[in-house]
Design a protein around this ligand. Structure first.
Ligand code: PLP
Length: 410
């Protein structure tokens, strides 16, 4: 077969071509993957069998005959969960089940943002959100964070600046509860201030809440969606981080005024129904008891990661002890370019996320990196960090020596 040249047929705005998947690195600190040991496989098998036996014939109908919002029992589970955990009062009709919350990012962006529009978000941010904004041709205003998340003084200044320039930003996209990549949690008073500013300037708020189940002590501030009186918030969540990302089940909560504009954009005739059925069956009896077990396992892993970094990098690696989540946002000395470190480390089997992919401010992020600790084993974490320190020392001269080398000399 000759290679047909598709190139002349492609529209100009396509993203760059994909590279072929190289497989997972031996020491993989990238991606939002979960802890394989904590996937509740037996209970998921039982849930799948029970729900398919009972309702499997409904697979003959798109959306199991539950309409475009997806499988109703899972939406009903979410109504209770969102009320209990996040303070959100909504009905099953306010919830749209999706193929991961990634699909929510596409749908909400498609509904609100067009080329040249301005969007506001945390400066350090989820890579895929930044990529999506770039692809849409949106102008992104990055707001700096402190240990309590997005800074409201900076947000206020940015909104006033937009107004002075005659620019109406479309949305404030925020990950207020275990922010990606900083793992910060925005306290309630700051959430109130964010909502006040959004209302003053007539901006929508897009709340991405997919890590909120992973706070070590289980305590979280109310969701922006719950606190909003103006109804200008769209809330999204996911089962990727609490159960398993490969299930591809996320959800969106929104008032009908915007839900009715989002639904026509979801042109896939429904997200995977078997996953929704098995999750509904599993979650009702097991979700609440599964979470503490998962959080404990993740907490143990981040402790191993922090210990390993302290041991191998000493004071050269700076980071905050996170209150939850699956990643650490690490600052290395200014002379370390984490993009180069990423390339060199990958050759040695260690995959990291270089900071520049995760920030709107390349100067601020060039010596930072994101390390995901949920999927590698404790041993892989220890070994992987040791290899990373060796590569970093070879390429950049830091850390000058690892703490365990000092100990060996003593
Ligand atoms: C902040 C944030 N939003 C959305 C997603 C998308 O997750 P999923 O599509 O698996 O629900 C991720 C995944 O890592 C994320 O970190």
């Amino acid at each position: 077969m000759t290679a047909f040249d598709f190139a002349p047929l492609l529209p100009a705005h396509l993203p760059p071509p994909a590279v072929r998947w190289p497989g997972l690195a031996k020491y993989n600190f990238t991606g939002g993957n979960n802890d394989a040991d904590e996937v509740p496989v037996d209970d998921l098998i039982a849930a799948a069998a029970a729900s398919l036996k009972r309702e499997g014939r409904n697979l003959a109908t798109y959306n199991l005959a539950h309409g475009p919002h997806g499988y109703r029992p899972l939406r009903e589970f979410l109504v209770g969960k969102l009320k209990r955990d996040a303070g959100i009062a909504c009905s099953a009709d306010d919830i749209l089940l999706l193929s991961g919350s990634s699909q929510a990012l596409d749908l909400v962006n498609a509904a609100l943002v067009t080329r040249g529009d301005t969007v506001i978000c945390e400066k350090d941010n989820y890579q895929s959100t930044l990529t999506r904004f770039a692809r849409l041709g949106a102008k992104v205003v990055g707001i700096p964070l402190d240990s309590d998340g997005m800074r409201m003084d900076a947000l206020s200044t940015a909104l006033a600046d937009c107004k002075a320039r005659g620019v109406q930003p479309k949305m404030i996209y925020t990950i207020p509860t275990v922010q990606n990549p900083t793992a910060t949690i925005m306290p309630e008073p700051r959430r109130a201030e964010l909502l006040r500013l959004s209302e003053e300037y007539g901006v929508a708020v897009f709340e991405d809440d997919c890590y909120s189940d992973l706070i070590w002590d289980g305590k979280r501030p109310p969701a922006l969606y719950a606190m909003s009186k103006a109804g200008n918030v769209i809330h999204i969540g996911s089962f990727s981080k609490s159960i398993a990302p490969a299930l591809r089940v996320g959800f969106l909560v929104a008032p009908w005024s915007i839900m009715s504009r989002i639904l026509p954009l979801k042109t896939d005739a429904g997200s995977g129904a078997v996953e929704q059925m098995l999750l509904a069956e599993y979650c009702a009896p097991h979700f609440a008891t599964h979470l503490p077990v998962l959080r404990k396992a993740l907490r143990a892993k981040v402790e191993t990661l922090m210990e390993s970094l302290n041991e191998q990098f000493g004071t050269a690696a700076e980071f905050d002890d996170p209150k939850g989540g699956i990643f650490l946002w690490v600052k290395l000395p200014d002379n370390v370019d984490t993009l180069k470190l990423y390339q060199a480390a990958l050759k040695e089997g260690v995959a990291i996320n270089p900071g520049n992919d995760w920030s709107t401010d390349k100067t601020h992020s060039h010596s930072r990196l994101r390390l995901c600790f949920a999927s590698p084993t404790h041993q892989q974490i220890r070994e992987g960090v040791a290899v990373l320190a060796d590569v970093c020392r070879r390429e950049f001269g830091v850390p000058a020596r690892s703490a365990n080398v000092e100990r060996a000399r003593a």
